[in-house]
Design a protein. Structure first.
Length: 279
C-alpha cells in the first residue's frame, strides 16, 4: 500500500508541474480557461456523467462495487486526473491510472489499471444568459499499461457525442446532460466486446452550494462474453460546490448506484465519491 501512495503522489506531483508550466508566469493559461468557461453553462460536475462542457482542474474518484459472487472491488481514482483547457474550444484530460483492490471470499489482489487520455472539442455553447446549452465531442484513449490481471491488454478508442441543456440562472435552475459513446478495442474483440453506452443525468441547483442529481447509464454489448446483453444502472447522488478563491472551486459528491429494469447486471450495487478542484 505504501508503494501505491508513493506512485500516486509522484503522478500527482508531475501533473502539478504540468499545470504550473501551462499557467506560465503571466497567468495566460488561467485567463484562457476563465474566458472559455464563461461562454458555457456553469453547472457543477456530476458523479458519473462526464461534463458536456470544457473543464479545467484535478478530479479524483473512489468507488466500491459489490458483485453477486461476493467480490468487493475498490477503485482508487477511476482513471480521473488532470483536465486542461488548451484552446478556446479544446480540452485534454490526462488520467491517473486507477489502483484497484479486488477482494473475493478466498483472497485479495490489487494492481494498477490502464492509462486513460482524452481530447474534447466544444462545437456550440451559450451561458445561462444566452441560451444555457452545450454540444461537444470527445475521443478517449485507454492504453494497456496496467498490472497483470488489471489491464485489458488492448488499446481502446472511445468516441463520444455529448449535449446539455439548462433552465434557470447561475444561482438556481435545472439541467439535463446526455452522452452517447462506444468503445472499440484494437484487438481481442471476442474477449472485450464492443459496448455502446448512453449516459444521461438530471441535475438541479436548489441551494447556493447544493446540486442533487439522478443519472441513468444504459449499456448494450456487441461481441465478447456479454454479447447481446444490456444493463441499466441508476445513480442517486448529490454534489456540493464551493468557490474558495476568485477562480478556484471545490466540488465534493457522493452517490449510490444500482441496477434497474434489466435482467442482466455486472454489479449488484456501488457507492461513488468524488472530489474536484477546478481552476
Amino acid at each position: 500500500m505504501a508503494r501505491t501512495f508513493s506512485q500516486t503522489a509522484s503522478t500527482f506531483a508531475g501533473m502539478l508541474l504540468v499545470a504550473g508550466a501551462y499557467a506560465s508566469d503571466d497567468g495566460s493559461g488561467w485567463d484562457l480557461s476563465a474566458k472559455t468557461q464563461e461562454q458555457q453553462p456553469h453547472w457543477a460536475s456530476m458523479l458519473g456523467v462526464p461534463s458536456t462542457g470544457l473543464t479545467q482542474g484535478f478530479r479524483y474518484h473512489y468507488t466500491t462495487q459489490y458483485l453477486d459472487s461476493g467480490t468487493v472491488v475498490r477503485n482508487y481514482g477511476s482513471n480521473k486526473g488532470l483536465e486542461l483547457i488548451l484552446g478556446e474550444n479544446f480540452q485534454v484530460q490526462i488520467g491517473v491510472p486507477a489502483y484497484i483492490d479486488r477482494e473475493t471470499p478466498q483472497s485479495t489482489t490489487g494492481g494498477w489499471g490502464d492509462e486513460a487520455l482524452l481530447g474534447k472539442y466544444r462545437f456550440l455553447s451559450a451561458n445561462e444568459e444566452n441560451g444555457n446549452y452545450v454540444l461537444s465531442g470527445s475521443l478517449g484513449l485507454s492504453l494497456p499499461t496496467g498490472s497483470p490481471g488489471f489491464t485489458t491488454h488492448s488499446t481502446i478508442f472511445t468516441p463520444t457525442l455529448a449535449a446539455g441543456k439548462g433552465w434557470g440562472t447561475r444561482q438556481s435552475g435545472l439541467d439535463i446532460q446526455s452522452l452517447v459513446s462506444f468503445s472499440v478495442p484494437s484487438h481481442d474483440l471476442s474477449t472485450l466486446g464492443l459496448p455502446v453506452s448512453w449516459n444521461t443525468g438530471l441535475q438541479a441547483h436548489v441551494l447556493r452550494h447544493v446540486w442533487p442529481e439522478i443519472e441513468a447509464n444504459y449499456t448494450h454489448w456487441n461481441n465478447g462474453p456479454y454479447d447481446g446483453k444490456s444493463q441499466l444502472m441508476v445513480t442517486y447522488g448529490v454534489t456540493f460546490a464551493y468557490r474558495v478563491m476568485d477562480r478556484e472551486r471545490l466540488t465534493f459528491g457522493v452517490g449510490y448506484q444500482e441496477p434497474k429494469g434489466t435482467s442482466f447486471s455486472t454489479v449488484l450495487r456501488e457507492w461513488i465519491t468524488m472530489a474536484k478542484l477546478s481552476f
